[in-house]
Design a protein around this ligand. Sequence first.
Ligand SMILES: Cc1cc2nc3c(=O)[nH]c(=O)nc-3n(C[C@H](O)[C@H](O)[C@H](O)COP(=O)(O)O)c2cc1C
Length: 448
Amino acid sequence: MSHSRFRYRTSEQLLDEAARLSIDLPYVSDLSRLAQPVRIGAAKTPNALGIHPMEGCDGTVDGSPDVLTHRRYLRFARGGAGLIWFEATAVTAEARANPRQLCLSPQTASSLALLRQQTMSAAADAFGPHHRPFTVIQLAHSGRYSRPVDHSAPILAHHDGVLDDVMGIRPDHPLIGDAELDRLQDSYIAAARLAADIGFDGVDIKSCHRYLLSELLAAHTRPGRYGGSFENRTRFLLETVRRIRDAVPDLQITIRLNIFDAHPYPWGWGVDKTCTGLPDLTEPLRLVRLLYGAGVSLINVTAGNPYHSPHVNRPFDRNVIGAPTPDEHPLYGVSRLLDLAAAVKRAEPRLVVMGTGYSWLRHHLGNVGAGVLERAGADIIGVGRGALAYPEFAHDLLVYGSLDPHRTCLTCSCCTQIMRDHGQTGCVPFDRNTYGPIYDRGRRAQSA
Ligand SMILES: Cc1cc2nc3c(=O)[nH]c(=O)nc-3n(C[C@H](O)[C@H](O)[C@H](O)COP(=O)(O)O)c2cc1C
């Protein structure tokens, strides 16, 4: 099971490795399923390939998209994916993860409207007027990872026996209060209204990766209306979904949801109480059914914490600089993400499920994605880092039936490294002229 870098040129080599690891990897050569449209509420995606939300950390000071933000989404749009999930966009100023994170507010709404409209025009110019990617905007609160100006300013749902120490958070650091959470719901409703006005097909009430709403799901030790019991821990999310449903009935509500935190109980969600490494999906799947009942049409399944368990979150060949190499084969990490998405689909087959964890598979990702669709393990195959490296991946899979193995993501973590060094991020190996200098600058600044 120990870590290994990607070295599987052929399908036989990949499947042999999967067999050696006792992983039943879905793999088909017929990619036609990737071309199938997917119905989400009243809308339909042009195909079953999607791009995950990925922060570029490249907005303006007020939270509007800037030059590199536009460049990124236009590249995505020209690449042909049927769904574009716009990145984590803060619902309040203090919720920002970095001073360049996008914000959705009355001040930034017109600039985000322009970004979406130009993205749609670029897609139509490339593939014709009938090609209309489904667009979701991720509404975010960074919680303990808030850093709205130039230093971290954590907002905690609960104290955490592991993360508090790692982050130097003192035991007397106050928790966000119940009344403040009530008011925060209003900010999500206001942002959802703006998102609908701008033209987005859906909003995502981001509940993953241990940001605020994700941490609330695990708030076993928190007192009050938002902590302790399952009902209390899921209250914020379910109430927010119901309020958006009532306020903006035509807007699709989606959730990027951690199904498994890979974090010890009582601070983790979806985890076995005695063995941190093992999922216990009883509560997450109960929540999935409640979310569907409350009007959520699409769940994007994810797991882990990008800072603390990045290999669970995004299997890689290389970690960020100075961080340890995990003692886990990345293919095992990929298969865990596929299994989690399949469990959600089984729990509520009427829900549209978007799967995560495909980029490490490089030029095999379309074959595995089509295999997952064939087994009804998801409805949309989501690609994150792979889209930064190779924005035309969807076009090439759908038109040529394959990916160029020399252009696929190397899972080298350079994009994450730029974020950790507080730069504007993108793919260093395959978009070198733009991001190579930013990467070098960030490294120099950190080592100065
Ligand atoms: C540079 C970068 C930015 C990211 N930003 C977000 C984000 O804004 N919201 C989110 O839910 N996930 C974010 N992620 C996680 C990705 O959406 C995705 O879950 C992860 O990269 C695993 O998918 P992949 O293996 O296809 O890359 C980010 C990942 C990277 C590398």
